[in-house]
Design a protein around this ligand. Structure first.
Ligand code: 13P
Length: 249
């Protein structure tokens, strides 16, 4: 049985004090359940606070980005080794904002995937097409390229630690959510790709999350579709009550 994963991506929001206050409210309404994972990708400067606040409460903490080298002269970057040592279990890789605003290429995501695993972090690879690419009928071409390159170095032992998030770029932060059919179509194609790449067992076990304007009002219909195994939630994860609605589903 594959896991259902509810992941919050806070992006560049919340101070340590706001982080502590969030978890106080969130944890008063949260109980972990079997077959489910709850993860918060918090800003690097909030990681220590988030780990301290959630210790032993069945919630995983992740970093939103890592550098692809283990250490060195990379001013301002996040070390995967340090994230792990600080208590992170997870990292995002290849979020569309990293790709479009910070020049992250497919080759860079491939290096980050490998290093994350080497450092004991569970990488969540984000893929998704722009509006132009969708309009041009290139959605699956783009997503398959991102998967092929980003996951190129995965070995049989790696797959169990990998998660995929499908986030159509045109739906991120726009309030324009993919229809349940659009999401399910791409998720089903991603699972078929995985089956070809890594076999039926890996494909069946892989959580594939949807992200892009997921809200308490619209996620249930998407969640009920085939091949949707969770959500990567931006804006609607910033308020505890709102994200609790996803977790209580
Ligand atoms: P929104 O939920 O704010 O659209 O953000 C989605 C996202 O980018 C999560 O990684």
């Amino acid at each position: 049985m594959r896991q259902f994963v509810l992941a919050a991506n806070w992006k560049m929001n919340k101070t340590p004090v706001e982080t502590a206050a969030f978890f106080q409210t969130f944890l008063s309404g949260f109980s972990p359940s079997p077959g489910r994972q709850t993860v918060f990708f918090v800003p690097a400067l909030d990681i220590t606070t988030a780990i301290g606040a959630t210790n032993g409460r069945g919630v995983g903490i992740g970093t939103q980005n890592i550098h692809f080298e283990k250490k060195g002269a990379f001013t301002g970057e996040n070390s995967a080794e340090a994230a792990k040592a600080a208590g992170c279990e997870w990292t995002l890789v290849g979020h569309s904002e990293r790709r479009s605003l910070f020049g992250e290429t497919d080759l860079i995501t491939a290096k980050k995937m490998k290093l994350a695993l080497e450092c004991g972090l569970k990488p969540m690879l984000c893929v998704g097409e722009s509006l132009d690419e969708r309009t041009a009928g290139e959605t699956m071409k783009v997503v398959e390229r991102q998967l092929t390159v980003g996951l190129e170095a995965m070995t049989a032992a790696d797959w169990a630690s990998v998660t995929i998030a499908y986030e159509p770029v045109w739906a991120i932060g726009t309030g324009k959510v993919a229809t349940p059919e659009q999401a399910s179509e791409v998720h089903t194609a991603i699972r078929a790709w995985l089956e070809r790449r890594a076999g039926a067992e890996v494909a069946a076990a892989m959580p594939i999350l949807y992200g892009g304007s997921a809200k308490p009002e619209n996620f249930r219909e998407i969640a009920s579709q085939k091949n949707i195994d969770g959500f990567l939630v931006g804006g609607a994860s910033l308020e505890a009550d709102s994200f609790l609605k996803f977790c209580a589903w």
